[in-house]
Design a protein around this ligand. Structure first.
Ligand code: ZN
Length: 293
């Protein structure tokens, strides 16, 4: 389950700015953004069990993200969708080529989901449900959830409350994101931090900052701004609920190649998007994340 907001080709110099609030099953764990190396270097957080990811971009400026599609379907998959996303990020520079690859791969038996793939020129949404459908994405604000409804998508097995809460989050995310003026990237990122910790009417299963009772929890929020010059891109990551935690700036991994140079500066953001302090990083975890700020 997830809420993903994508600003596609709205900001000058940044073809993608995205916020991905991830709701994961209790008992699953993840690691902060790091660098993976294939044909291209990719920057992304990591799901601890599959070693795949749900959002990222690479040194060629290709962005990719995934959300669930909760309409049922097989639970046991031939391979994790997170690893498929990692294939895209480490192996492709053009979104159209990545889409061809994903379409071929999805015939092999992955779980249902939504995949968003974007480069500087073109972006696509791939819906994997009972069949696979590819839709081009126009420049604009787009919201994806754990349920994409199309005429052919069957929802008779989707619980009523799930439909209700997904629609609440989708509507609220679109409303808030549409109010953001897509001009200055720092300002957009600041606004997206607020959206990430939004509760709408109240914290719960229907809020963007997700507070589930059973089974699921909010594992993280990731904000990425992908620049025309990839080195100028931005990566912010907040473990857990953004209303309680803080966003850390991981943009330094773009320059450090993954391990992290000692003494890199990290900006620390509070629950309401308030800038708290700029501090010297004193250590890094084995995956290159921030351990102490
Ligand atoms: Zn919250």
């Amino acid at each position: 389950m997830c809420t993903l907001i994508v600003f596609y080709r709205l900001l000058e110099g940044f073809h993608v700015v995205a916020m991905h609030n991830r709701y994961a099953r209790r008992g699953s764990f993840e690691e902060p953004p790091r660098v993976s190396k294939g044909r291209f270097k990719a920057y992304h957080p990591v799901d601890s069990s599959s070693k795949g990811t749900w959002v990222g971009f690479n040194e060629e400026g290709l962005f990719a993200a995934a959300t669930d599609q909760h309409t049922g379907g097989p639970i046991h998959a031939y391979r994790s969708r997170g690893l498929l996303l990692l294939d895209i990020l480490t192996g492709f520079s053009e979104s159209s080529e990545a889409v061809d690859y994903v379409e071929r791969e999805l015939t092999k038996g992955y779980r249902r989901g939504n995949f968003i793939i974007a480069d500087r020129k073109q972006a696509f949404h791939i819906l994997k449900d009972e069949r696979v459908e590819v839709t081009p994405i126009d420049p604009g604000v787009h919201v994806f959830t754990n349920l994409t409804l199309k005429g052919w998508v069957r929802t008779e097995n989707v619980p009523e409350d799930l439909l209700k809460y997904v629609e609440m989050r989708r509507r609220r995310a679109l409303e808030l994101a549409s109010q953001i003026e897509p001009k200055v990237v720092d300002r957009v990122i600041e606004e997206l931090r607020r959206v990430a910790s939004d509760h709408g009417e109240e914290p719960g299963r229907g809020s963007i900052c997700y507070h589930g009772e059973t089974g699921w929890y909010m594992s993280s929020s990731t904000i990425m701004a992908v620049a025309e010059n990839p080195g100028d891109s931005r990566i912010l990551y907040c473990p857990g609920n953004p209303c309680e935690g803080r966003f850390l700036d991981y943009s330094h991994i773009l320059r450090e190649g993954g391990g992290g140079a000692a003494g890199a500066l990290a900006e620390v953001y509070g629950p309401r998007g308030r800038w708290l302090k700029s501090t010297r990083r004193v250590g890094s975890s084995p995956v290159g994340g921030l351990r102490s700020v």
